[in-house]
Write a protein that binds this ligand. Structure first.
Ligand code: ZN
Length: 333
């Protein structure tokens, strides 16, 4: 997550009070809130504690600690019945897909790897992509290890928990879901750019012959969703592509089912490719996107002090549940 994302969040408007209350409809005889208990804070803590541990040394893209983080995520997907695909790419393949780094910029890491877990839908030509980056800044001489508990172990909790909840509900989604753990975000959104620019990849979507714009119904991103400036009434920012106003309508509806205290800050965006996290490559193609992010850029941003003890676990839980309801609305007729 980069700072520019946050600037408009400061001006985000809270509209909930003036919006009509619409209850979250039950669809296909599945009541999604029946599966809220699949999310546990115990699991969230386990994921964050591992990813932000000293052993993982800040999981910088291209290091063996990033590979350890990747393997952990693979294992977690497998535990709940997914067969994740590894989208590995070298610096040369990356350069072919997105161009070489500009002069004077850091070279790309030699090897990186996105992890993609698929839940097949009824309509296998259309996709919903859910993503969060797992890499962080690593170890810096004279500074120390950057644990990245909020940035972005918190997002990986949301990603893994959503995958678990969707599996547990037994729903066959209308569209195929792709749960993606991105590498290289901190190096310039490399993993998500590679994914977007090599779509339709034979490895990930072998049956899809269409462009990203034609195939991806929605992209949902999580980056820094574990902390809040107002712990007594925790908040999360909901940014969305305002060329698709129905995304806001779904959010308003779903929020009725999330208990207070909890607030959602609105941050309108256009599909213009702007943004400092992995939704930007999707936005550049005007894909309908939702980006969950911090309510306030905290002082531990990109510092060795971004540690697990500072997370607000209830905020993380409620953010994930709200995202789950929205996802459910998008995939169930
Ligand atoms: Zn970051």
């Amino acid at each position: 997550m980069k700072k520019d994302c946050f600037i408009s969040a400061v001006f985000a408007v809270m509209l909930w009070a003036i919006l009509p209350a619409v209850s979250f409809a039950q669809k296909e005889n599945i009541n999604p809130s029946d599966y809220f208990d699949v999310y546990t804070t115990e699991y969230a803590e386990k994921v964050v504690d591992f990813l932000a541990s000293e052993r993982l040394k800040g999981r910088e893209a291209g290091t063996k600690q990033a590979v350890k983080a990747m393997k952990f995520i693979v294992k977690e997907f497998k535990k709940v019945g997914y067969e994740p695909i590894l989208q590995q790419f070298s610096n040369e393949e990356l350069a072919d897909a997105i161009g070489k780094p500009k002069e004077g910029k850091e070279p790309y890491p030699l090897q990186q790897c996105n992890v993609v877990a698929e839940l097949k839908g009824k309509n296998q030509d259309k996709y919903i992509v859910v993503g969060a980056h797992y890499d962080h800044l690593g170890y810096k001489e004279g500074v120390g290890i950057h644990p990245g508990a909020d940035d972005n172990a918190s997002g990986i909790v949301a990603l893994l928990s959503l995958a678990k909840m969707m599996k547990a509900s037994g729903v066959v989604p209308q569209y195929t879901l792709l749960f993606c753990a991105w590498d290289g975000e901190e190096k310039g959104l490399l993993g998500s750019k590679y994914f977007v620019n090599t779509w339709p990849s034979d490895l990930i979507v072998p049956e899809c012959g269409a462009s990203l714009k034609e195939s991806v119904v929605c992209y949902m991103n999580f980056d820094m969703v574990g902390r809040t400036i107002t712990p007594e009434n925790p908040g999360v920012t909901f940014a969305w592509n305002n060329n698709y106003p129905y995304l806001l309508d779904i959010c308003k509806k779903a929020q009725e089912s999330i208990s207070k205290p909890f607030q959602v800050l609105l941050d309108e965006r256009r599909g213009d490719g702007k943004g400092g996290s992995d939704y930007a490559p999707f936005s550049a193609q005007d894909i309908p996107f939702i980006a969950w992010m911090e309510d306030f850029m905290h002082e531990d941003y990109h510092k060795p002090t971004d540690t697990p003890d500072k997370l607000h676990w209830e905020k993380l839980r409620k953010t994930t549940l709200l995202a789950y309801l929205i996802l459910f609305d998008l995939i169930v007729e």
